[in-house]
Design a protein around this ligand. Sequence first.
Ligand code: MC0
Length: 145
Amino acid sequence: MFMRIDHIGIACHDLEAKIALFSDTFELTVVAREVNEEQGVREAMLHIADGEGGSSYIQLLEPLSPDTPVGKFLAKRGEGVHHVAFGVPDVAEAMERLAGKGVRLLDERPRHGSMGSEIAFAHPKDVGGMLTELVQAAGAPANVK
Ligand code: MC0
């Protein structure tokens, strides 16, 4: 079910500065920039590699305000890795499977994520302190109607 790493989310105070740092240091290219009001973030996706199940990215996240998940995270822990996102073929099915293992989901239904994806989060306290995101990419089987 957890077929690949879709992205690693990095919380930062200054998106433009971190885009410059990551693209220069790791020689990565920005392939998408978005504002996601529902999640309270301004973000950029930096392409890492393409694989059979889809591509993988570094996602840089700047909060839209202090009173958002990423804003609170920065205040408490500072900049750094915020979450790990697994690419799955069907996010609704992956949510059911995690819930069946006793993992608390933070979303009752899939929400809109980067680049047309559908996403859901699982509670970090139920998976060893790692905020976990499930991502069904826009081109994943369950999204092809
Ligand atoms: C909080 N905690 C974390 C954490 N955030 N642990 C690991 N990784 C994180 N990112 C820990 C805290 O340290 C605390 O532990 C406990 O969880 C409760 O945290 P809190 O500071 O009291 O905050 P809450 O409970 O209000 O919210 C935490 C929670 C929230 C994870 C439930 O941030 C959430 O619902 N996140 C999901 C949505 C999200 O993160 N969206 C932004 C990315 P202690 O031991 O101190 O009690 S959006 C995104 O990425 C989209 C655009 C996409 O990929 O397409």
